[in-house]
Design a protein around this ligand. Structure first.
Ligand code: CP
Length: 313
């Protein structure tokens, strides 16, 4: 078994991404070909924050590869409630499982936890930090709908606390995508992320406070929820709540081929009237989590395959 950890999308080279996306497409076309590949393998699920898509699609992916999961369950029902540290929790559960998937409210938690275990540990979201497996399914969805070459993408909403945004922005530097970031000033991308993107020689990094000026040129619009739970002050959330809502009036200025994505859950960022249009790709995006996570798990758990560099970021 390989012992690589998957912590950040900064680990992904273009070749890694293409390997995962190509393999996910193969699995999507014929899931039965890998149905017994990991019979007997157990995946440990440690979710210290709520999740529907990430947790259930990892569980589905492991079961579709022939394995099963062991789930720590809610914080309330686990010994985290008694004050057990994250380091102790992961050290215990690595004895029960062949790989671990961790979601935690603290940025950096996955990096820290990975230093205490030998089995592969996958970051399923660490606070406002990173969510690299979401990025893989986002890239898969972009490739299916708009292509990854010569891409112009708008990324809109909560860019400060949105971990899916941070992960996606780094990964897109592998493809020289033109990235337009649209947000209120208070929710702009963290300056260190902007700095890093410029250091990667990303060709078109632009920040905007309005969608209007940039919408007609976009191939993809990636909308995000304002992450209420991460605001230190509820009054600050109320100042920006409800900004940037997409409805059919908004889309009059968009290209007919515009693909609209959202990592979900949504609150009120995208009106339900968009769901039945050709633009909407967000439910397809969520469904893509299964073949993409099957591909990632197989690559992480197999001796003969490798992705993500040394995996010790
Ligand atoms: N996209 C995403 O991470 O969704 P969940 O919070 O439901 O896992």
């Amino acid at each position: 078994m390989r012992h690589d950890h998957l912590i950040t999308s900064k680990q992904f080279s273009r070749a890694d991404i293409e390997t995962v996306l190509d393999y996910a497409a193969e699995i999507d076309a014929d899931p039965s070909a890998v149905a017994d590949r990991h019979a007997g393998t157990l995946l440990g699920l440690l979710f210290f924050e709520p999740s529907t898509r990430t947790k259930m699609s990892f569980e589905t992916a492991m079961k579709r590869l022939g394995g099963d999961v062991v789930d720590m369950g809610s914080i309330e029902s686990s010994s985290v409630k008694k004050g057990e540290t994250l380091a102790d929790t992961v050290r215990v559960i690595e004895g029960y499982a062949d790989a671990l998937v961790l979601r935690h409210p603290k940025e950096g938690a996955a990096t820290m936890a990975s230093e205490f275990v030998d089995v592969p540990l996958v970051n399923a979201g660490d606070g406002a930090g990173q969510h690299p497996t979401q990025t893989m399914l986002d890239l898969y969805t972009i490739r299916e709908n708009a292509g990854l070459d010569d891409l112009t993408i708008g990324i809109m909403g909560d860019l400060k606390y949105g971990r899916t945004v941070h992960s996606l922005a780094y990964a897109l530097t592998n493809f020289d995508a033109h990235q337009h970031f649209i947000s209120p000033e208070s929710l702009q991308l963290p300056r260190e992320v902007v700095y890093d993107l410029h250091q990667q020689d990303a060709p078109g990094i632009r920040e905007h406070d309005s969608l209007e000026e940039i919408l007609p040129s976009l191939d993809v619009l990636y909308v995000t929820r304002i992450q209420r739970e991460r605001f230190p002050d509820e009054n600050e959330y109320q100042k920006v709540a409800g900004e940037y809502q997409i409805d059919s009036d908004t889309l009059e200025a968009a290209s007919d081929d515009l693909t609209i994505m959202h990592p979900l859950p949504r609150v009120d960022e995208i009106a339900p009237e968009i769901d039945e249009t050709e633009h909407a790709a967000y439910f397809e995006q969520a469904h893509n989590g299964v073949p993409v996570r099957m591909a990632l798990l197989d690559l992480l758990l197999s001796d003969d395959k490798a992705i993500g560099g040394e995996g010790d970021e």
